[in-house]
Design a protein around this ligand. Structure first.
Ligand code: 5AD
Ligand code: SF4
Length: 473
């Protein structure tokens, strides 16, 4: 969970945006802030000093959506207190819970003023105006014409056509959304329902935004999409349709862009050209998040992943042939319906065979409306917990070993923020590991040569090479 908060000046109104879930949501929260800025909304540091609170929600697992309802309970209390004191608090629910549950949210928590799906953020100004009108009617003692203002349509055109230019460069790094939605329909996943059909932004628009971000000081771009390597921007010239590989090469040609990353990928969409780009484009960082979910052919089939264990293992070989130091990350689900001990062993064997630099792993969470929720053979909670613990122990060992294997190297680190200890800065290696080093704040947003000294479970300790300190003076 991340909170968008900064404040340079005191605008007329303040919004606090709380972001749950994936990087797509982090990006969308920045875009909502961009939409609200012209209405006079600055960013508040917390809900306590906000006029408007937006919860940008995640629906991917059950506990993610339950957290939203408990937060809404707290906000309802805050709203009542404000009203008792003659003020008000506007509450908006955005993101995938908004999309999936729509009016249910207002029924369950009537204090909510606005429910807005991920495709409709450009309509926030209108929704706010309507919510304010309804609140005024309510204050005048008249019956409310239905609480809550709802927009969860999937419009024919893209929200990108309506949103203002992005401003979200953080310490030299920016997200660039190039693709949304998903047509894969994995049987456990809500994304095709909450984010809609797969859509690729035209390459010309993506490249224009990349140039704008570079001119504004971005040195690292992370290309975002729910299924980013399915990217197929419309044909812009004689060379035909744009693939992700072609887009990566074009972005690498933009002056100032030193690092390119992309996330999240599907193994089925890693074409030869993209694999080759990992070897031939130096700006493409040697890190790839490639969810596999399971190592069992039977479970992969039941998940509708459209590939087997062997395709994944061969793909890893091809990627490593192109880029031998590639760090691999993945997502895993344990306890999918019907998963036996033997299936789980297949997952453990796949992990042992590949060796991941880091990974995310989850217990299967039954999501209403997905085909998986209706399957027989739901796995008991205790079995899921035991499998998750075993998998995480192995993944944890691998992550530590990967970090330790980099000790002794001197590598470029992009510093992103100050550390917990005074005088410390924290940045990322090319393999997306966190590095803590003693150094001045002026290094934030810069790529600086750093000697990696010690690898830990989740990070490394480093020392900034003296000559890069001098160059940054
Ligand atoms: N249960 C558990 N994990 C899930 N994920 C998606 N849906 C579910 C679910 N129903 C995980 C997948 C995906 C990641 C973003 O979240 O591993 O890759
Ligand atoms: Fe969900 Fe599967 Fe699409 Fe990923 S590829 S967003 S897991 S449906």
């Amino acid at each position: 969970m991340t909170d968008v908060r900064t404040d340079d000046h005191r605008p007329r109104k303040r919004v606090f945006i709380r972001t749950y879930g994936c990087q797509m949501n982090v990006y969308d929260s920045d875009r909502m802030a961009d939409v609200l800025r012209p209405l006079g909304y600055g960013l508040a540091a917390s809900a306590d000093d906000a006029d408007l609170v937006v919860l940008n929600t995640c629906h991917i697992r059950e506990h993610a959506s339950e957290k939203v309802y408990s937060e809404l309970g707290r906000l309802r209390d805050a709203k009542s207190e404000r009203r008792a004191a003659g003020g008000d608090l506007t509450i908006a629910v955005a993101g995938c819970v908004a999309q999936a549950e729509g009016e249910e949210i207002v029924k369950r928590q009537p204090a909510v003023d606005i429910v807005v799906g991920p495709q409709a953020y450009h309509r926030l100004p209108e929704l706010l105006a309507e919510a304010e009108r309804k609140a005024a009617i309510g204050r005048a003692g008249k019956r409310l014409p239905g609480a809550g203002v709802l927009d969860t349509d999937f419009p024919a055109d893209s929200k990108f056509d309506h949103l203002p230019a992005p401003q979200g460069i953080r310490a030299g790094s920016a997200f660039l959304s190039i693709q949304e939605g998903c047509d894969k329909f994995c049987t456990f996943c809500v994304v095709p329902y909450t984010r809609g059909a797969e859509y690729s932004r035209p390459a010309a628009a993506v490249l224009a935004e990349a140039r704008q971000l570079a001119a504004a000081g971005a040195v690292e771009l992370t290309l975002l999409g729910q299924n980013v390597n399915a990217y197929h921007g419309e044909a812009a010239d004689a060379a035909g349709a744009w693939s992700l590989a072609r887009l990566v090469r074009a972005i690498a040609d933009i002056a100032g862009i030193a690092r390119i990353r992309y996330t999240t990928s599907h193994p089925r969409d890693m074409d030869d050209d993209l694999v080759a780009a990992h070897g031939s484009v130096p700006q493409l960082m040697p890190y790839l998040h490639l969810p596999v979910q399971s190592g069992s052919d039977r479970i992969l089939e039941a998940m509708n992943r459209r590939h087997g264990r062997d395709l994944f293992l061969r793909l890893v070989d091809r990627l490593r042939a192109a880029r031998p130091d590639l760090a691999l990350s993945s997502d895993f689900i344990v306890g999918f319906p019907g998963e036996t001990d033997a299936d789980f062993d297949d997952t453990m064997r796949l992990v042992a065979e590949v060796g991941f630099a880091q990974a995310y792993s989850f217990k299967y969470s039954r999501r209403p409306g997905t085909p998986g929720a209706a399957l027989d053979g739901q796995v008991p909670e205790a079995v899921k917990s035991a499998r998750l613990a075993a998998l995480q122990a192995l993944l944890g060992q691998q992550a530590r070993a990967f970090n330790e294997s980099k000790a002794g190297l001197t590598v470029p680190v992009l510093f992103a923020e100050t550390g917990r200890k005074p005088g410390q800065v924290v940045g990322k290696t090319p393999w997306l590991q966190s590095v803590h080093a003693d150094g001045p704040e002026r290094l934030i947003g810069r790529i600086v040569e750093t000697r990696l000294v010690t690898g830990h479970a989740n990070s490394l300790t480093g020392e900034i090479v003296t000559r890069s300190l001098e160059a940054a003076a």
